[in-house]
Design a protein around this ligand. Sequence first.
Ligand SMILES: [Zn+2]
Length: 87
Amino acid sequence: MKKKFIFTDRYQALGIPYPNPETMCKGPCEGTGFVPCKKDDNAPFRALWSKAEKKHPSDDGWHFVKCPDCNGIGKRKEVIFDDKTKT
Ligand SMILES: [Zn+2]
């Protein structure tokens, strides 16, 4: 039997709210802060996958790894910086 992925989208799959298009990360995470990857993905995801696999071996070969662009925050760096400077 083939394995089926029945996610409607990754926001529902992760149970997180839809990102604000004004502030969301422009990297591969699309505002979620995490990127799904598998063993044979290209760098840097191959290395991130191996790290995740060492910690918690995956049942289906997939891991959600922290986005290398925003480090798992899901927002653009300049937005994060702006937030910190506001009082
Ligand atoms: Zn990101």
